[in-house]
Ligand binder design. Sequence first.
Ligand code: NAP
Ligand code: MG
Length: 477
Amino acid sequence: MALFDYAPAPENRDIANLKPHYRPFINGEFVDGNGEPLKTINPATGEVLAEVSTVDTTDIDRAVQAARNAYEKVWRRMPGSERAKYLFRLARLIQERARELAVLETLDNGKPIKESRDVDIPTAAAHFFYHAGWADKLSYAGYGPDPQPLGVAGQVIPWNFPLLMLAWKIAPALACGNTVVLKPAETTPLTALVFGELCQQAGLPPGVVNIVPGAGDVGAALVSHQGIDKVAFTGSTEVGKIIQRQLAGSGKKMTMELGGKAANIVFDDAPLDQAVEGIVNGIFFNQGHVCCAGSRLLVQESIAEELLEKLRYRVSTLRIGDPLDKNTDVGAINSAEQLAKIRELVASGEAEGAERWTSPCPLPEKGFFFAPTVFSGVHPSMRIAREEIFGPVLSVMTFRTPQEAVTKANNTPYGLSAGIWTEKGSRILWMTAQLRAGVVWANTFNRFDPTAPFGGYKESGFGREGGRAGLEAYLDV
Ligand code: NAP
Ligand code: MG
């Protein structure tokens, strides 16, 4: 339904400086891992991008030992003002190599270049800048006169925001005086390994940061390793529960950033055109691979028809295709496995009687793609209203009163985020107090800032990342 065609505007993939092989980063050096090598692909084409050497348990032992040495001998003893200099350097290096990192992220993950360029990479740099500022001010953070670090952190991250999740994990850990061993996701290891180069460029003492690529078993071995003091996990609720069971009684401090099924709530007094933009950003940003995605749209009944008509028109104008094209709005689904999961849940929505509308946009022939989809006539009991789809699929429900909106919004095992669209400030405040969600956006959605704490209630996890509250996760308080 595009009114006019856009000429292709592809970013140059050579900027990614892709190498045929990548290796684990342990004790300040790139080393051969003893695990089974993996091949990481470009999900937009299916082509193999590079072979990645992975770690086994002996390599994890080495990485944890390196992190321990660095912690005891160097990092914890270093004045905060000195640690801050390294964090500032890392932030500046991310900025200097931003274009390379953005193209590499888009190749490995499938997300549109305009998102990796304008959101992922700048926000990753912002996290290092922000936490660099805290490193010498921890005594003023509200955790007592001289808060101490925890030790070695084992960190495991997902594939939806690879470098940004790394920044969320590593920046606060280092600022507080901890050292880290981080496992990137199996399908998106490349920017994390280039981050190892940045650590070398910054002259970071060896062992302060270690990156150990591999699959889920590597994550499991890392979080249960005797030598770590703290576990920080971002991923699915399912795996989060497994880790909590494993670590029960171990005394390790944990933070869990898990799944979500956020309500995006539109009242009849909302500015509808702006709300449509916020709904689109809420569920189609990053192909809907967003833990805090506004995947349940709750619309006041009196405006539901008008809003849905505007929404379908707007969604039909989104451009799906080559993630490296600067005009692309929706890129590739990250893996065949994730695409199968989305298809399965969409089929369940149809089978359970919801009304499916899918954008008539053309899809590329190669790679993993799914056209933006909106389900109306959704009942709270349907799987598409209860389960996290983690794809470009929106489930629409209606409500009549603010109380009904709150009840429906909170009717989920998750509690990560929510959105409210209304012109009434008093209603925003009332709703915010009622909603069991870690983040509530008002007349906007999916805004991220290192100064704002992020995290969940209920099965969305516990602990906060970002802001003053996020420091607590890495201090012995
Ligand atoms: P996942 O399957 O839980 O994987 C997350 C990470 O854990 C990956 O690195 C994974 O390795 C690793 N892993 C798998 N099994 C493990 C185990 N038994 N022990 C330790 N680590 C293990 O999640 P995903 O499907 O990749 O990511 C999507 C999920 O993350 C969604 O549910 C989403 O909501 C959530 N998420 C939450 C936030 C938040 O801040 N709350 C942010 C982003 C994403 P492999 O890559 O090899 O599988
Ligand atoms: Mg990949």
